[in-house]
Design a protein around this ligand. Sequence first.
Ligand code: FAD
Ligand code: DHB
Length: 395
Amino acid sequence: MRTTVGIIGAGPAGLLLARLLHNAGIDSVVLESRDRAYVERRQRAGILEQGTVDVLREAGAGARMDREGLPHDGIELRFDRRRHRVDFPALTGGRSVTVYAQTEVCKDLIALRLAEGGPLLFEAEALAVEDAETHSPRIRYHHQGRESVLECDYVVGCDGFWGVARKAVPETLSRAFERTYPFGWLGILADVPPSHDELVYARHDRGFALLSMRSPSVTRAYLQVPDGTDAADWAAEEIWDELDRRLETDDPTWTLRRGPVTAKSVTPMRSYVHEPMRHGRLFLAGDAAHIVPPTGAKGLNLAVGDVVTFARALALLREKGDPSRLDAYSETCLRRVWQAERFSYAMTTLLHRAPDATPFDDRVQLAALDRITTTRSAETDLAEAYTGFPFDEPQ
Ligand code: FAD
Ligand code: DHB
């Protein structure tokens, strides 16, 4: 098989890239190792930045998001029994975010891809990327019981942190920057309306808690838990009790709504960046190139930024013969990636309690929160980063 762009992975990065290329008249083939049901059910991110919403709309993939997504104009910071609302539009000149689950973004993009007839092969596992330095890179893959080769002009590795694409960059040219955290998130879905109409990020001496949502009738919530925690060790009532403790406030109107827990899982926390994000005609996008800890909800939005940058750069080359943006792909993406890394790290350390935290560390966290909630410039900095850095800004 032969195509212009071989895409490995049908997560949000790979699926959106296929759509953007289709709209630009560029053909592609998507290879996905898992089956469709698995990709459509995998519970992950839930917050779309303003720029991500705009891109999905422009790509013709925003109809259901516009009907069912929940626009949010702020978040609540809760600490020291206090509640503070961060007003995004007021601080950013009108920007906001939208609650619309990654599962739904993927479902919409899969339906569009299959309707437009573009190849999207499920249960097709990429084994290796070969000849990335040449003009005709190849993907070796396994599908329907046999090994095949996809000949490409370009390969985009959208295959997540555990994928194969990154391995095709020679070790001598690769640099990895990494940080692990001694805690993770226990995440639940529950059949109960959200307790608050916006997300609540809570800093507490017992650890971080986050109240989010998936729809007006489904709550999503997270608790900071020690590394190595097994979700099965937490009974539903224990999770609600712990959320109640960490969300404590002096506001007498606050109550936590409890309901049946329908899903539970633990996500480890990691910061990781692979440089460069390009080797020859192989381009890395999304989690294949970088991971952020989830505090601040940047992972999915970063993946979108990468593929927008690639698609625009390739369109410029094909339409105007100008390779400059494609050549600058790695630098352009990394600039935004490092801003998101910085923000996600800062939000994580601001709100989580490290196992070895001292009373001094606690006071510094509270002082930082006090500063954000009483100083417009500090609050604006948070609001700008949360609602998103611009895509595709040439250097
Ligand atoms: P992925 O979504 O990982 O997609 C990669 C795809 O490639 C997968 O479908 C995979 O099956 C496929 N693949 C892998 N290897 C191969 C191969 N060899 N051949 C073919 N296909 C392959 N972010 C947030 O903002 N908030 C959250 O709450 C949050 N929770 C998360 C929970 C978990 C468990 C994980 C892993 C991530 C979470 N993230 C969260 C991050 C966010 O979901 C990711 O940043 C986002 O999914 C990145 O999209 P992607 O398309 O780059 O990668
Ligand atoms: C969600 C995840 C996040 O990482 C975050 O910061 C906010 C919300 C969510 O899954 O709803």
